[in-house]
Design a binder for this molecule. Structure first.
Ligand code: 5GP
Ligand code: MN
Length: 322
């Protein structure tokens, strides 16, 4: 079975690299750190690479041992975590040049680009997949690995509140509490703490938020000028798109983030409420993907052009007509 194959590849490898997606969120960071620490317990000194490490996650166990630069090297094994698509993987060359590759993910839109693919689209977080995997490998989840895993679960479930949460999510959290892990502190640090720049971006984007389509779409954007003026660092846009979704009557919330100064390329973040509109399908039309209720893509055009393109696709979906 796949888990046995993964274990065998890990045992056989001398040099391992652990990679994750661009603009890493809590689940990307948490799963990368947990995997690095777990490999250490298996006697493997793996390289974990995160080039844009958001400040708020720097307290997590293992964060200091992460490499922040990509150096060319031939690895026996590359492990990709929480990344649906090879083109979003940071360190893609290292992955493509590795002798063996493993993909561990929870996106339904995963392109299955590894030699071994372990993808569970019903897992609320990639971190939750690691719980069962490490148990199967007989690696005990200590409070350090547990804290990293919990950080990923908390961020990807919006603090245990999304419909993706499972009984296992709570059982695992209860187990960590019993081990003495300060769950509420991790919760506060990864979900309830805004950097100043995040707060300033939130103010600007809420100020220019538009309610479209009879209040069913919340739309806003952030430019590179905004990001510069508030001294934004990687991750400082996280969570903003969720604010549009929580407005009564809104079915879809959209945030555009300009990629580079002067260009007309925007990173799109889309969120939907429990009205069954699959934003991953909408983003897929533009070469992106994600989850049914949280997805993204990169689109070319001005803010107005992109707004129209997205609204056209939204109106086409069956669920929108009802
Ligand atoms: P976010 O809006 O937080 O950047 O991303 C929401 C979800 O959509 C995440 O699960 C993320 O991995 C996925 N996602 C965001 N952008 C893209 C993209 O360009 N391509 C794909 N395949 N998934 C994306
Ligand atoms: Mn994730």
């Amino acid at each position: 079975m796949t888990l046995d194959n993964i274990l065998e590849e890990i045992k056989n490898a001398e040099n391992i690299v652990v990679l994750t997606h661009e603009s890493p969120d809590g689940d990307a960071i948490g799963s990368t750190l947990a995997m690095k620490l777990a490999l250490k317990k298996m006697g493997k000194n793996a390289d974990a690479i995160i080039t844009e490490f958001p400040r708020i996650f720097k307290f997590l166990p293992g964060a200091k041992e992460v490499k922040t630069e990509i150096e060319p090297k031939k690895y026996d094994l590359a492990i990709s975590l929480d990344c649906a698509d090879l083109k979003r993987l940071v360190g893609r060359d290292l992955f493509e040049n590795a002798t063996k590759t493993i993909v561990i993910d929870h996106h339904g839109s995963n392109a299955m680009y590894g030699d071994i693919n372990f993808v569970n689209p019903v897992a609320p977080a990639c971190c939750e997949i690691l719980i069962g995997m490490l148990e199967y490998f007989d690696i005990s989840i200590d409070s350090e690995i547990g804290s990293d895993i919990l950080a990923g679960i908390i961020t990807d479930t919006g603090g245990f509140k999304y419909s993706s949460v499972t009984a296992e999510t709570f059982e695992f959290t209860a187990e960590l509490l019993r081990k003495g892990v300060n769950v509420s502190e991790i919760y506060e640090r990864v979900l309830e703490t805004k950097t100043r720049a995040n707060f300033e971006l939130l103010k600007r984007s809420m100020d220019r938020l538009e309610l479209l389509e009879d209040g069913r779409v919340a739309f806003t954007y952030i430019t590179q000028k905004d990001l510069k003026e508030v001294n934004a660092e990687p991750g400082d846009h996280e969570g903003i798109v969720e604010n549009g979704r929580s407005i009564e009557g809104v079915k879809i919330s959209i945030l555009l983030r300009q990629r580079d100064e002067g260009d007309n390329i925007y990173k799109i973040s889309m969120r939907s409420t429990s009205g069954n509109i699959n934003v991953s399908d909408i983003c897929y039309v533009f070469g992106g993907g994600g989850h049914p209720k949280a997805a993204g893509a990169t689109i070319q055009g001005t803010v107005e052009e992109i707004k129209e393109k997205l609204l056209r696709e939204i109106r086409k979906t069956e669920q929108w007509k009802h």
